[in-house]
Design a protein around this ligand. Sequence first.
Ligand SMILES: Cc1cc2nc3c(=O)[nH]c(=O)nc-3n(C[C@H](O)[C@H](O)[C@H](O)COP(=O)(O)O)c2cc1C
Length: 177
Amino acid sequence: MKKRLPPTPTQQEVSLSDDEFIVSKTDGEGKITYINRVFMQTSGYTEAELLDQNHRMIRHPDMPHGLFQHMWNTLKNGNEFIGFVKNLCKNGGHYWVFAHVTPDHDAQGSFRGYYSVRRKPEKNAITTIAHLYDAMNQVEQNNGGRSAASASAQHMLEYIADKELSYDEFILQLDSH
Ligand SMILES: Cc1cc2nc3c(=O)[nH]c(=O)nc-3n(C[C@H](O)[C@H](O)[C@H](O)COP(=O)(O)O)c2cc1C
């Protein structure tokens, strides 16, 4: 299949309404197996375009790789991840979400993939987090290569540790203002 070029970002923002939730499920490798209607409406992609793809298809270039490295480390350790994510729409616009991602198990407790629910974030949180992500992107540019994501994830965790907070505490505190 021909590889599609990612859309060019327009910095045009689309906002979720207070009662909308974007839901998706993936297999163990992160390949999308389910999306709800709000996911399609917000991103502008059809079900056929999204199923079997990795969520990286909607990754916005302003998002640091280090954040996703931290997300995957958290999930691989069997823990739930929360965080603020800027996603890219098919038309180049974007939408910010407060995301909750969790490993998904069947009734017998066997791992079967991942599950994510996202809602509209607190507006004030975005200013702070976008600042932190800019700094992480700068760290990635300065490092380059394989160590870039680890270096920016470390930058984020040190920035948060300086506030004497855990990552989750920092995120929840930002979202509560
Ligand atoms: C359940 C689940 C939901 C995800 N949701 C998003 C998302 O909304 N946006 C995004 O850019 N990446 C999301 N990811 C992470 C992507 O799989 C990918 O790691 C990320 O886009 C960064 O790409 P990279 O791993 O090449 O750095 C999700 C992963 C999982 C398992």
